[in-house]
Design a protein around this ligand. Structure first.
Ligand code: 3EB
Length: 373
């Protein structure tokens, strides 16, 4: 297997000299970022050799399964997430920037940043006596406070990882408590917060601390919703007292087009779980949802030509190890499964959900002439 699976800004736009401003009705008012972010899956064993020349441009290294005991590389953030990889050899996720990286720590948040972007991780060991809504509210308040003070004011992508996501201590599921705390933080810190929500994932781990990973920037991204699904922030209260605060995707302008961060996507249509007990059908439904989001993104700007699926980077969370084979077969038989994929064992926020899929795509700009032909 190729030991370096990468998803990069293709550079097509810049090679063709595109400099058009994107002024569509629903487009951004912000200017495109000059920096580019690249996300790669690298074999853990190759890491130090592969990153040697690039250490100062490495923003974050995320080790799933925590077996490779990574040592810090350059100024990067090294994170361990307790989601065991389902394939061998283990891969780590590497975020790189085209510009140099510095690191910092502010209270419980570890950070690596460039001129335009920051990658951070809030981590807290949970203590009995403190419910998860308090923990998540405090985490989100800390993160918002850091983002506001640092000038990296715009959250682009978040990941929430904590153990026992479906456990129900004191009569309320931990995921629902997590949603309460997150909602409280968003609603007290931001007016009309639906319009600034980032794409997110929330996955139950096998252990370890409560973690919130985030990517934020100095320019806003554009949240996108999925026409096949009710916005998560508008879910009815049957799924919990407070709705989940996240967008289905965030579109981030770059000098060559766009980078699209697709949130954890599951077998949900409208607001209802589909295909209970059927991992193959759930996987196909989740992929159909991702297709719908990619189509939305393509309609955002006429100069964007679709995402090249082979350039996509997927992360697949599978609830039951014994269903991994079925899930993988469906994904790899699908157009969206032609890119680079990391499979990990993780628990979804609804007990009936067996699989969740997130992804990153670059949408390149077309040269001007081709738009008008
Ligand atoms: C869903 O669509 C599935 O609470 O941050 C996916 C991504 C899900 C993020 C979150 C939840 C979250 O509702 C679950």
């Amino acid at each position: 297997m190729d030991s370096q699976l990468s998803q990069e800004n293709s550079g097509v736009g810049s090679a063709l000299g595109v400099s058009s401003e994107w002024n569509g009705a629903s487009g951004f008012s912000s200017s495109p970022s000059k920096e580019s972010l690249t996300v790669t899956y690298l074999q853990a064993a190759d890491l130090s050799q592969k990153l040697e020349s690039d250490a100062l441009h490495t923003l974050a290294i995320i080790d799933y399964g925590c077996r490779s005991a990574l040592s810090a590389i350059g100024k990067s953030l090294t994170l361990e997430v307790h989601l065991p990889p389902l394939t061998q050899p283990p891969f780590v996720e590497v975020w790189k920037s085209s510009t140099p990286v510095l690191c910092d720590r502010v209270q419980d948040i570890r950070l690596a940043f460039t001129d335009e972007f920051v990658f951070g991780c809030f981590e807290a060991v949970e203590h009995s006596g403190k419910e998860l809504d308090e923990v998540s509210r405090a985490a989100y308040e800390r993160i918002f406070d850091y983002c506001t003070r640092s000038g990296f004011s715009h959250l682009l992508r978040m990941w929430n990882y904590f153990p026992a996501i479906n456990a129900e201590p004191h009569g309320l599921e931990r995921y629902k408590r997590f949603c309460i705390g997150r909602h409280q933080a968003f609603s007290t810190s931001y007016q009309e917060f639906a319009s600034i929500l980032p794409a997110a994932s929330a996955v139950g781990t096998q252990g370890g601390p409560f973690q919130v990973l985030f990517l934020a920037g100095k320019q806003p991204g554009q949240p996108l919703e999925n026409p096949r699904q009710i916005s998560a922030y508008e879910y009815p209260t049957i799924y919990g007292p407070k709705s989940p605060s996240f967008a289905r995707a965030t579109l981030q302008r770059t000098s060559t087009g766009c980078q699209l961060f697709v949130a954890g996507t599951a077998s949900i249509v409208g607001h209802a779980t589909q295909h209970q007990g059927d991992p193959a059908k759930q996987t196909f439904e989740a992929l159909t949802n991702i297709d719908a989001i990619l189509n939305r993104a393509r309609h955002e700007g006429p100069e964007l030509w679709g995402a090249d699926c082979s350039e996509g980077l997927l992360k697949v969370f599978v609830r039951n190890q014994e269903e991994f084979g079925v899930v993988r077969e469906v994904i790899e038989g699908h157009e969206l499964g032609k890119g680079h994929i990391l499979y990990v064992l993780g628990e979804m926020c609804r007990k009936e959900l067996l699989v969740e899929i997130e992804g990153i795509w670059n949408l390149a700009s077309l040269p001007h002439e081709s738009i008008h032909n």
